[in-house]
Design a protein around this ligand. Structure first.
Ligand SMILES: [Zn+2]
Length: 65
């Protein structure tokens, strides 16, 4: 069981999944900070509405079109 929290652990702001720089599939720089994402679709969702996800980052980014 891996439950360590080190500085290499990031939270995907879109879906809330915990990822590391190694497992992150995509990244995006916003306001001088780099965010890591589990998938390109999460990065795209964040890129479209970053403020939304930074305010309520516990929600899944899945929503009906
Ligand atoms: Zn994600």
């Amino acid at each position: 069981m891996k439950r360590q929290r080190n500085k290499d652990a990031y939270e995907d702001p879109v879906c809330g999944m915990e990822i590391s720089r190694k497992t992150a599939l995509d990244e995006f720089s916003y306001h001088g900070k780099t965010y890591y994402f589990c998938a390109g679709t999460c990065r795209e969702a964040f890129e479209a509405e970053p403020e939304k996800y930074l305010r309520q980052h516990r929600q899944h980014g899945v929503r009906p079109k």
